[in-house]
Design a protein around this ligand. Structure first.
Ligand SMILES: Nc1ncnc2c1ncn2[C@@H]1O[C@H](COP(=O)(O)OP(=O)(O)OP(=O)(O)O)[C@@H](O)[C@H]1O
Ligand SMILES: [Mg+2]
Length: 475
């Protein structure tokens, strides 16, 4: 293939096996200022089009070797040449060929014998269209590139933004965590101090009383024995010496020996009961402060409640002017519970002390016709389901207003006068039950009726919590 003369109008390849046709077309196109290349068959055209830049191809249909249709098919199948517009040259009487050509991707057809003006007009219009198309495609691709670049940039920006937001979120979370931890530690420290001084006091008293009580109790048995022996001795003297010296007889009367020998064993026995009672109290005090156990232990919950009630006994009895508080207990059959017993006792202490305070508050109000008011605390324990226990502590105090209910577990929240309440009892109880024992602590209250706190505890503490909520209140 060769192109004749240089021109600016475009390069056109004419493929035709008929030299006359070639010549006619070449001449027409050359004259109109086109560069013209020629090929005598399809194969040659396909080989050479790879190296020469044709802007348009005029393709004869009937050719030896591969025909115009096949040539067109191959041109369209090759990405390097698929965009070059193809115009078929076909006989006027051949409508089928025209349709086939167009369906194979040709843009137009010209009919033989060629009409100069028609050929030129069609060639020019298709070159123009092809250039416009090319231009459009280039611009489109540039635009697409730009869109893609923007999309990438936007993606990057969004990613950076997301990362930044995530970092802000993380940092805020960390800070609020740290703040919460700090608040918790503060609360723990203050409460620990409060509870540990109480625990220390209780433990100290228990220890101091324990020893003397033990030797009183221990010696009472001997005292009883010696007493019986001495009384027997005196009786023996009385029976064996009918005439006792008057001094002795006088003294026996003076001390009312008959009454003494009757009363002394009773007295010793009540001393024994008293000593036993002191021992029990000491045991309860030790139980409350749980001196010996810093770790979890399997205990009888009722013992803890009883010890706490014992410590609060004075307050439960009430002041002389007021009636005491009756405590109604409904203890269920509970298995031993594995827990941090000392801390659980602190919870009982906090809840019962609150109940007493609440009742005191109601009691201190003018009676307003509620002469029937009987201050009461209910303590109920039961197995709630397979491996949980429920402990309910309720009072018929004044109840808690709804807007206050949402705050009672907050550290330092108190409605009590300055110096009377630290506002830590419930927040620390919540921590002990929820965090330390993986249990639940909830409050139900109605104004005028009273308040009920419900503790739900698993039989067994699931796992060690992340940190020690409270140091044991022991010495
Ligand atoms: N049984 C109850 N009846 C009525 N109000 C209660 C009861 N229990 C708690 N409250 C309310 O909840 C508040 C918080 O109780 P919490 O035990 O945390 O602190 P406090 O008793 O005020 O002080 P602290 O226990 O540290 O001495 C109390 O001030 C009281 O207003
Ligand atoms: Mg309290």
């Amino acid at each position: 293939m060769m192109f004749s003369e240089t021109s600016h109008n475009g390069a056109i390849l004419i493929v035709d096996d008929n030299p006359t046709n070639l010549e006619v077309l070449s001449h027409t196109l050359n004259a109109a200022g086109f560069e013209v290349g020629v090929a005598l068959d399809g194969e040659t055209a396909l080989e050479q089009i790879e190296y020469y830049d044709a802007d348009l191809i005029i393709l004869d249909v009937m050719m030896p070797g591969i025909d115009g249709f096949e040539t067109c098919k191959r041109l369209k199948a090759n990405p390097a040449t698929s965009e070059i517009p193809v115009i078929f040259a076909t006989a006027l009487s051949d409508p089928d060929n025209k349709v086939t050509g167009l369906s194979l991707g040709a843009v137009d057809y010209i009919t033989k014998p060629f009409q100069h003006e028609e050929v030129l007009a069609r060639v020019q219009i298709h070159l123009k269209l092809s250039r416009l198309d090319k231009n459009l495609k280039e611009q489109n691709s540039l635009l697409q590139q730009e869109v893609e670049q923007r999309r990438v940039a936007e993606g990057l920006l969004k990613q950076l933004n997301d990362e930044l937001e995530q970092r802000v979120h993380n940092r805020t979370f960390e800070l609020s965590q740290a703040l919460q931890e700090l608040e918790k530690t503060q609360v723990q420290l203050i409460h620990n101090e409060k509870m540990s001084s109480l625990g220390r006091l209780v433990a100290g008293i228990a220890h101091e009383i324990n020893n003397p009580v033990n030797f009183i109790y221990g010696n009472l048995t001997y005292a009883n024995e010696y007493n019986e022996e001495l009384l027997t001795l005196i009786k023996l003297c009385q029976t064996n010496f009918t005439n006792l010296p008057s001094e002795i007889q006088y003294y026996l009367q003076e001390i009312d020996f008959e009454y003494l020998q009757e009363d002394l064993p009773k007295l010793l026995s009540s001393m024994k009961i008293g000593a036993e009672r002191i021992s029990e109290i000491v045991q309860s005090l030790r139980n409350f402060s749980r001196l010996d156990e810093a770790l979890k232990k399997t205990v009888n919950i009722h013992e803890g409640i009883e010890s706490t009630l014992l410590i609060l006994q004075e307050q439960l009895k009430g002041r002389a002017s007021k009636s005491g508080i009756q405590v109604i207990k409904e203890y269920g059959e509970l298995p031993p519970i594995e827990c941090y017993a000392g801390q659980l006792n602190q919870v009982f202490m906090n809840l019962l002390a609150n109940a007493i305070d609440a009742i005191e508050e109601k009691n201190s109000l003018p009676l307003l016709g509620n002469k029937e008011y009987k201050p009461t605390i209910w303590i109920c324990t039961e197995i709630s389901n397979e491996d949980w226990v429920t402990i309910k502590i309720a009072d018929n105090g004044p109840g808690i207003p709804v807007d206050v209910q949402s705050k009672i577990f907050d550290p330092f929240f108190t409605t009590k006068a300055v110096g009377e309440g630290t506002g830590l009892g419930l927040s620390i109880s919540h921590q002990i039950i929820v965090e330390k024992h993986q249990g639940q602590l909830s409050c139900y209250s109605e104004i005028g009726k009273g308040t009920e706190f419900i503790i739900n505890l698993p039989f067994k503490v699931q796992s060690e919590p992340k940190f020690q909520v409270l140091a044991q209140s022991s010495v």
